[in-house]
Design a protein around this ligand. Structure first.
Ligand SMILES: N[C@@H](CCC(=O)N[C@@H](CS)C(=O)NCC(=O)O)C(=O)O
Length: 229
């Protein structure tokens, strides 16, 4: 009898603590809930691996996440953008229950993911982490100003989020969805922006504590070796 492992259906290119943590969580959930076979490929941004030719051949934008899979004809497809990857995984494996089935709740989940990926990630967190990418100048004062405005954007968003999360265990409805996976990423990033997330956004902290108690979420955080608080 052959003991060969099943070939992975998906390969996820990810970097520790990046937004790719959310699809990493989604895949771990799908493996547990419905036996999806996948493998991770670490592309460590801190080491510059996302700018190496091997990775640029996968995603010429040099960003993570990227998801590789085969279409019905057997051709390899590469999907980028965390919002698209999360929805794709959830809709391809509905039995995994990663998106609400009700259409209004589902579009609310998409609305939430879009806001997190655009306002909160690109105009918020990213300007704090990488202010030099938002100016042609090398003046450190300009970078500090950009980062400070980013922190204001981030704080306003997390305050809104925290108010909406009062008494909630999950972002949408009464079960885990891919939005929750992305909220783990943002809670962690808030702390990396030198914001005391637990003190300033207690409802958000309670929600993330609950998510971290889910074994699949805990496994992924441990595997990436990142600190959330
Ligand atoms: N909109 C994209 C953003 C992807 C993105 O910016 N990823 C970051 C990590 S969170 C990255 O790869 N950064 C590397 C770089 O900018 O050089 C998504 O949501 O997937």
């Amino acid at each position: 009898m052959s003991t060969a492992a099943a070939a992975p259906t998906y390969r996820l290119f990810h970097s520790p603590g990046a937004c790719s943590l959310a699809p990493h969580i989604a895949l771990e959930m799908l493996a547990e809930r419905c036996g999806v076979v996948w493998e991770g490929v670490r592309v460590v941004i801190a080491d510059g691996a996302n700018r190496k030719p091997e990775y640029l051949a996968v995603n010429p934008r040099g960003r993570v996440p990227a998801l590789s899979f085969r279409d019905a004809g057997g051709a390899e497809q590469i999907l980028t953008e965390s919002t698209a990857i999360l929805q794709f995984l959830a809709s391809r494996h509905p039995e995994g229950g990663l998106m609400p089935s009700d259409p209004i709740a589902a579009i609310r989940a998409v609305e939430f993911l879009c806001w997190l990926a655009t306002t909160m990630h690109q105009t918020g967190v990213r300007t704090v982490f990488r202010p030099e990418r938002f100016t042609t100048g090398t003046d450190p004062a300009a970078h500090a100003g950009i980062a400070e405005q980013g922190r204001i954007t981030v704080r306003a968003g997390y305050a809104e989020l925290d108010a909406s999360l009062a008494g909630r265990r999950y972002a949408i409805g009464d079960r885990f969805s891919v939005v929750d996976a992305m909220l783990v990423v943002h809670y962690r990033w808030g702390n990396r922006c030198a914001i005391d997330m637990r003190r300033d956004y207690p409802n958000f902290a309670v929600l993330v504590d609950g998510l971290r108690a889910i074994p699949a979420v805990a496994r992924v955080i441990a595997r990436e070796g990142v600190q959330v608080d």
